[in-house]
Design a binder for this molecule. Structure first.
Ligand code: SF4
Length: 115
């Protein structure tokens, strides 16, 4: 139940919650491991290539993607971001789950990849 006493709606896995907005989020999706594909125009200094055959977005010590602007919590390479970031839908089931895990302090090492 929410602060106003209303019972929050439960969204199905294929639904988007319109109440979720990036401007009111700590960019928790930018804590996931993001696979960078060869065709992604990501500036190379943001790419972690230490694992053979696997390019990932580099992360800072805080756990967020190295391309995240930490002051505004926005992507600093928005026009050049990887395809997986473009596909990550605000308010989707995955987004809602990440926000829920983050709010409960749970971290999962699951890479975000293209299907
Ligand atoms: S590239 Fe941009 S959108 Fe993708 S995880 Fe990094 S900061 Fe977030």
């Amino acid at each position: 139940m929410s602060a106003d006493g209303a019972v929050p709606r439960v969204y199905a896995d294929d639904e988007i919650d319109p109440g979720v907005q990036c401007v009111r989020c700590d960019a928790v999706c930018c804590r996931l491991q993001v696979v960078v594909m060869p065709e992604d125009p990501v500036p190379r200094h943001f790419v972690d290539s230490r694992r053979p055959g696997l390019n990932l977005m580099a992360k800072g010590e805080d756990g967020w993607c190295a391309a995240l602007d930490p002051v505004h919590m926005r992507c600093s390479i928005y026009e050049l971001r990887p395809a997986v970031c473009r596909r990550f839908a605000m308010g989707s089931a995955y987004c809602r789950d990440e926000r829920d895990q983050y709010s409960r302090g749970i971290r999962r090492p699951i890479p975000l990849t293209l299907r």
